[in-house]
Design a protein around this ligand. Sequence first.
Ligand code: UGA
Length: 441
Amino acid sequence: MKVTVFGIGYVGLVQAAVLAEVGHDVCCVDVDAQKVENLKQGIIPIYEPGLTPIVKSNYEEGRLQFTTDAKMAVEFGEIQFIAVGTPPDEDGSADLKYVLAVAETIATHMQDPKIIIDKSTVPVGTGDKVSAKVAETLANRGAEIDYQVVSNPEFLKEGAAVSDCMRPDRIVIGTDSDHVKDVITELYAPFNRNHDRIIFMDIRSAELTKYAANCMLATKISFMNEMANIAEMVGADIEQVRNGIGSDERIGYHFIYPGCGYGGSCFPKDVQALVKTSEQIGYDSKILKAVEAVNDKQKSKLPELIKRHFGDDVAGKTVALWGLSFKPKTDDMREASSRVLMETLWAAGAKVQAFDPEAMEETQRIYGSRTDLALMGTKEAALNGADALVICTEWQSFRAPDFDLIKSELNEAVIFDGRNLYDPQRMADRGFDYYAIGRGL
Ligand code: UGA
């Protein structure tokens, strides 16, 4: 089938690549000419395991193309995906200007019927707005062409995006058209194996499903972080509690890891956006507001522990930081807790020596060169001469470090662990002051 994808970001590029990988012909279009040029040369804008080889091979074999030519791209596919960004507006609601601009572009150039699939995460009711924009643009052209607007939210996780897309848990399709159901079933057939993963529903329910899923997951994390804070104060160990509750199948072990707060481009933005949508319809979402407030507070946890350890005076101290990305297997630093940590420490006069397996360039891009940030080539180099080690991201390579080396490289044997990687008793036996989340102070 011939498919067009508007927006070569995380969602658009991965979706396009896996559709091409199973044999569809895919045309990716973006306004960023540099990005398009780079992709043609095999330079992928994001770090995502398994993505580069499938982008390169499908481009070389002609099933995947990249262009800035919107007219050509609209003509190309019967199916038109909208996968552009929906950044938070100033007030936290999702900004739909890019989504609606694509809707207008499609309607400006289309000559035959199109199925317009919204893959971006958009507030309930956006399907209607996209439909209205297409209708208005067609009317201005004096054209009468059939079109269907569909909601097909994306559930991929960064760091596992390719495998999530190749083997989705579910494929949610919001539509009331039987023709669309047939076309989409054929489009996704290669991914819909073993059992039926396609769930058809109405457009508004599909739009809300996406927010409900992310907000539920964010709620689990904030709930656990709150339990961790309570555990600390009552002298319990949250890791034992986590084990104890996860064994109940109704609760489960997934997404109940306490830590230094959730980040990324999805949870913070989507929780805020649903709070905003609720406000707009006159509903006060107490749970979602609390989820956000608990997370904001949790991101200050490590800097507070560090300040407390050093008697509220960290000026002139150097902190070794392991982990900059918002989670492992990505170089994405959007809303990462490492940023709150570094910015708080800098404001208090401390320096940071940082290492991350993938996010060094991204850190450089965000913060540039500054005297209070040194980007180090290895995790060991980051330790050299520092007064403490802080861990913000649970990269595998941080799980079993050489503790003797850590001790000998640091001025003081103290570790602040925002991801509960080590056993507190063993750390005490090794002679460390070890601070973790919800495990006693
Ligand atoms: C999230 C969802 O997991 C995906 O299902 C969804 O498709 C995606 O958002 C999206 O809307 O596009 P992602 O943002 O890539 O995916 O990252 P997650 O793996 O969900 O992690 C988010 C944050 O939660 C990370 O900072 C992670 O460290 C934190 N986290 C996760 C915890 O603190 N504890 C946990 O138990 C799990």
